[in-house]
Each structure stands twice: as structure tokens, then as C-alpha cells.
Design a protein around this ligand. Structure first.
Ligand SMILES: *Cc1c(COP(=O)(O)O)cnc(C)c1O
Length: 365
């Protein structure tokens, strides 16, 4: 019999039974009344999760697609953007901006540390005229949560939009789109939303709409105006993944039934447990604990441990999938994701498996 792995990687994450059942339901027509009812409920639910009264759109695309949408809808060729970068996803946003013909100025921070709003402010002063600040809410590659509220305040003072990649943070860690003045916020289906990959969400605030009016980067599939026009009729401009939409409705019901605040508290509790257990095992955390993420924990690989071998052992023997490091952190850290449908139970399993590997005597081979 095929075994189902426990997915403790930062996406895709585990899918709870009610969401699976919804995903397995027969597809509905995307121009049908059923779809319209569904997208209306979904849009209302997403607004609650994004904590916004503004627009929220759903794209049939992964998070990276919605990141691209956020840029092509608000900016023009040659525009200067300041990209806050303290890991792989900050770098992705910067490379994307460059690929689209924007002038991307990276303000880099040491991986494992959070971006300092004061430094971002100084940088904006030195690079005047920036149209937007791009920032990662939760840097998945290092397990760090950035203070997007403070960074947005700085951006606003300099007349720049704040565009937030919240793919691995939204619906796990508090993020207040309207209260913090976040102009565009992006998330995706396969992390805290407990769904397979394939949908992404983007909120668009008033200032972003104003920029949209004069933004000249080419766009078609991603066009917010087309999305808005269609949504007013309870539709999407292109054929959406209707099965994932059905799953999304179930996931949102689940999140809202638990209550956003309780969801955040559960993630905080589980993350604290992971950090405590790792330290108790004598392992060292990679991220500055003051800014440690509540959705993913990065742990330094102990001296002599081959991370790839450790992860393979843990998956083969126990059916638990953990993540390694990305980019320059490959081989140096491993990561435990605790986002979405997680509780203490999964953490205890992972802790036991790691302990077993470290005690197995394979270390240093
Ligand atoms: C997962 C993730 C993404 C999106 O990646 P996709 O593979 O396109 O879904 C973007 N940003 C962050 C911070 C992420 O963790």
C-alpha cells in the first residue's frame, strides 16, 4: 500500500479531509450560477483573511504568477523599485523586476536576519524616486518574518507603493493589509491555505489602482482591470481551475471557522515548540529568534551532518518530508515547515525522527 508522507516542507503542505473532499467534487462550469456563488463566497472570505476592504483577485497560477501580476499592473518600463532582500524570495522578486525592465535596487540584509526599516529608509533616501518597495513578508528560505508594517510606513513617506510577497505568511502570521497600508499583497494556495499548488491571490488597494491607471508594462493574462470587470459579473476572464476554487472555498470556511486569531496563535504555539525542541536537542537555529518565522524554522546542520542524507533517511524510514536549504544555504541548514494544517502532533513526529537520525551514528560518514 502506498504510504502518504507527512509534508513538513514549505509547500505543498498537508490537505485536511474536508478540503480534499471539496477538491474531489465534480467540476462546475465557470460561467454557471454555481461558480458565481462560489467566487463571491471566496472573495468575501479572502478579504477577511487579507484583512482588507479592497479588491482581492484569484489567479490560476502559482505565487510567482501573482508576483508578476503585482508588478506589471502598477509599474512602467524603467521605473525604479527598491527590493528588500534577505533571502531567496527577495532575490526572486528583484530578478523578476529586472526581467520586466524595471530598475531594481536591492537593499540586502544578512540571511537569517530581518530587514531593518531604518536601513530601508536610508536606502530610499539615497535612491530617490522609487515607485515601489517590494518586500517579502515571511522569507521562507531562512525562516525570518520581516516587519512589513514598519517598512510600509517608510515606503509611504517616500511616496512609494508597498508590494508584499506574503506567499508563506498570509493566513499563518498576522498581516493587516489595510491597517498597515499595504498596497498590493500576494499569496498562494499551497502553504497556509492547505491546498495543492495552482492558485494565487492578490489584494489591490486604492493607491495601487491609481498607479495602475498609468502603468505601462505590458500585460494581458494578469490585467487587474479585466479581473475586476469579470469579478463584477461573478466570473474570471479566463477559465479558472474550478476544482481548486472548490477546494479554496472549503479551506476558507475552515480558516474562518477556526478564527484568524486562533489560526495565528496555533502557528505561534507550534513554531515555539519546534524552536524549543531543536534547542533542547543541542541544535542551533539559523534565524534571529526575535524575528523567527511562525510558519517555517531553519536549523543549522550540525557539524559533519550531510543534510541530503539526513532528509532521505527521515523520509525513507518515517515518511516525513523536511526541506533542505536553498541557494547558498544548501547543505548548511534544514527547514521544518509548520504551516497550514499542523499541530503539535506533526512536530513531535519530526523531532523524534531527527533525534533518531542524529543518534543513528550516521553523522560524519
Ligand atoms: C512559495 C513561495 C513563493 C511562490 O512560489 P511558487 O512556486 O510560485 O508558488 C513566493 N514567495 C515566497 C516567500 C514563497 O515561500
Amino acid at each position: 500500500m502506498e504510504r502518504e508522507d507527512l509534508l513538513l516542507i514549505p509547500g505543498p503542505t498537508m490537505i485536511p479531509p474536508d478540503v480534499r473532499a471539496a477538491l474531489a467534487a465534480p467540476p462546475v462550469g465557470h460561467r454557471s450560477r454555481q461558480f458565481t456563488e462560489m467566487i463571491e463566497e471566496i472573495t468575501g472570505g479572502l478579504k477577511k483573511v487579507f484583512q482588507t476592504e479592497g479588491d482581492v483577485f484569484v489567479f490560476t497560477a502559482t505565487g510567482t504568477g501573482a508576483m508578476e501580476a503585482s508588478l506589471v499592473n502598477t509599474l512602467s518600463p524603467g521605473d525604479r523599485v527598491v527590493v528588500v532582500s534577505n533571502g531567496v524570495f527577495g532575490e526572486r522578486f528583484a530578478s523578476m523586476a529586472e526581467a520586466l525592465g524595471l530598475e531594481a535596487e536591492r537593499v540586502r540584509f544578512t540571511p537569517g536576519e530581518a530587514a531593518t526599516p531604518g536601513v530601508v529608509e536610508e536606502y530610499l533616501g539615497q535612491h530617490p524616486g522609487a515607485k515601489a518597495v517590494l518586500v517579502t513578508h515571511n522569507e521562507t528560505s531562512t525562516g525570518v518574518t520581516n516587519d512589513v508594517a514598519a517598512i510600509a510606513e517608510v515606503a509611504r513617506r517616500h511616496g512609494a507603493l508597498t508590494i508584499v510577497d506574503a506567499v508563506s505568511g498570509l493566513a499563518a502570521i498576522d498581516l493587516r493589509t489595510d491597517a498597515w497600508g499595504l498596497d498590493v499583497v500576494i499569496s498562494g494556495s499551497q502553504k497556509a491555505f492547505m491546498l495543492p499548488p495552482g492558485l494565487s491571490f492578490v489584494s489591490v488597494g486604492q493607491r495601487a489602482w491609481e498607479m495602475h491607471g498609468s502603468a505601462r508594462l505590458p500585460r494581458f493574462y494578469w490585467d487587474f482591470s479585466r479581473m475586476k470587470q469579470s469579478l463584477e459579473k461573478g466570473q474570471t476572464p479566463w477559465t479558472p481551475n474550478v476544482c481548486l476554487f472548490n477546494g479554496l472555498r472549503a479551506a476558507l470556511r475552515r480558516i474562518l471557522e477556526e478564527g484568524l486569531e486562533s489560526v495565528f496563535q496555533r502557528h505561534a504555539r507550534v513554531a515555539q515548540l519546534v524552536r524549543t525542541k531543536m534547542k533542547a536537542m543541542g541544535l542551533e537555529l539559523f534565524a534571529d529568534e526575535e524575528h523567527a518565522s511562525n510558519s517555517v524554522t531553519a536549523v543549522k546542520a550540525p557539524e559533519g551532518v550531510d543534510v541530503r542524507e539526513m532528509l532521505r533517511y527521515i523520509q525513507d524510514r518515517y515518511g516525513i518530508l523536511l526541506a533542505g536549504g536553498q541557494g547558498e544555504l544548501r547543505g548548511k541548514i534544514f527547514r521544518i515547515a509548520h504551516v497550514g494544517c499542523v499541530s503539535e502532533r506533526e512536530v513531535f513526529a519530526a523531532v523524534g525522527a531527527i533525534e533518531d537520525y542524529l543518534a543513528s551514528g550516521r553523522t560524519g560518514q
